[in-house]
Design a protein around this ligand. Structure first.
Ligand SMILES: [Zn+2]
Length: 336
């Protein structure tokens, strides 16, 4: 004898429907943060190990801070409207690769297009350069908190500039029926594969003599890769069928619908390890920008700073961002 009550068909259908909506919501909730929190913290962490000993003396003891605050810019996107455009640039708005109509200097770009247009299409390369100057100034002033906070956040923006879909108006595949691909590329792939399969020990940081040219090359490389990022996913979806694209997997104790492990691994192979290569390049660039700011500031002695501590009042101010972020419900402005 059945010891449970059979549910009417409608009720079963309703439960399935609710499950589908909840899991779909969870799937797409994980898709909206640049590189994902996981990859941003890894990139900042590994960038520390490329620094020369004169910098490592400060960055190593504060490595936890550098990791923890790698994600502050994404948290601010839930609080400040001005934050969103700092994370991307829709280069396709300006024509086709290599986008000759868009001047790389801020003053020339805002002269050719109006400032509102430039800002609304994203400004990541210019913001990286602003942050680089801010870090140089922090080194000149030997301001411990500003050095650490700006290093962590500069790392975030540089990493975002390496993500192909941060350079396209089709940023989440929404124009090509591939919604969700943003988080797939930058969160699902590294979260599944980085720990055991990616190589992150990459030598040493280099001095960058022209940071503007360097970061513009980064976004142009990203833009060049957009076609492959989209077309490989479409091809694989066709080849494997939609039924094999997603699976229900346990994520931190919750069953969520996400891109299937087998689909994710195949995508990574088809892209010839692009996600790993862009993570590696991010790490090298972050470390090299930190190093360049320190050199340009006259190579201040950081050993004397390493014994200072951040006051509890300053830590409280930093913690306020976390509090506001936890209370916020959605990103202000465009998702990445
Ligand atoms: Zn971001």
């Amino acid at each position: 004898m059945d010891c449970y009550t059979r549910l009417p068909l409608d009720s079963i259908r309703m439960k399935r429907l609710i499950f589908f909506f909840v899991t779909s919501f969870l799937l797409f909730c994980t898709n909206v943060l640049g590189w994902g929190f996981y990859a941003h913290t890894k990139i900042n962490y590994y960038a520390v190990f490329l620094l020369p000993p004169e910098m490592m003396v400060l960055y190593k003891p504060y490595i936890q801070f550098i990791q923890d605050h790698a994600t502050d810019p994404d948290k601010r996107r839930y609080i400040m409207a001005a934050e969103a455009p700092r994370h991307y640039i829709d280069l396709d708005y300006y024509g086709t690769y290599p986008f000759h109509s868009l001047p790389h200097s801020w003053s020339q770009a805002t002269e050719r297009y109006c400032e509102d247009t430039i800002i609304s299409n994203g400004m990541v390369p210019w913001h990286v350069l602003n942050m680089q100057q801010r870090l140089t100034n922090a080194f000149i002033k030997k301001d411990l908190l500003a050095i650490l906070k700006t290093s962590a956040e500069l790392g975030h923006y540089i990493a975002d500039a390496h993500v192909p879909l941060h350079t396209s108006s089709n940023h989440n595949g929404q124009l090509t029926n591939q919604t969700g691909i943003h988080g797939f590329w930058e969160s699902r792939v590294p979260e599944l594969l980085a720990e055991n399969e990616f190589e992150f020990m990459l030598g040493t940081a280099s001095y960058i003599s022209n940071p503007s040219d360097y970061i513009w090359n980064v976004v142009l490389e990203s833009a060049k890769a957009v076609d492959s990022v989209l077309s490989m996913e479409a091809l694989l979806t066709k080849k494997m069928g939609k039924g094999n694209k997603y699976s229900f997997e346990n994520r931190n104790g919750i069953i969520v619908k996400q891109y299937a492990s087998s689909f994710t691994k195949l995508y990574h192979q088809q892209l010839n390890n692009m996600v790993e290569r862009r993570m590696q390049q991010s790490i090298f660039t972050v470390s090299s920008f930190w190093y360049t700011a320190w050199v340009n500031a006259g190579q201040p002695n950081l050993r004397e700073l390493s014994s200072q501590i951040i006051s509890s009042k300053d830590m409280e101010v930093l913690e306020n961002l976390n509090k506001e972020w936890r209370l916020a419900t959605q990103i202000i402005g465009r998702e990445e």
